[in-house]
Design a protein around this ligand. Structure first.
Ligand code: SF4
Length: 80
């Protein structure tokens, strides 16, 4: 498989910065992609996003495994 990652986007601004040219942005991590990882995102050199990227999630997946640091609502087991 040599398709670029479905989570790859290009943005000209983000994280409080803006750029002259669109940069690779990962919609899973909600952050810009490091240049080395961009080869995986674009499936270059035989790399496969699904196999080679630890952030990759199946596109149909809900938000069960959120790598982001959003606070969770599951605070039912408060020990008081
Ligand atoms: S970092 Fe991983 S999940 Fe994000 S766009 Fe690149 S390959 Fe896809």
């Amino acid at each position: 498989m040599a398709e670029s990652c479905p989570h790859l986007a290009y943005r000209e601004a983000g994280e409080g910065r803006s750029f002259d040219e669109p940069r690779a942005f990962c919609t899973v991590t909600e952050s810009f992609v490091q240049p080395m990882r961009a080869d995986i995102c674009n499936a270059r050199y035989g790399l496969d996003p699904a196999a080679d990227c630890e952030f990759y999630v199946e596109s149909e997946a809900g938000s069960e495994t959120e790598p982001a640091s959003e606070s969770s609502d599951e605070s039912e087991t408060v020990d008081r």
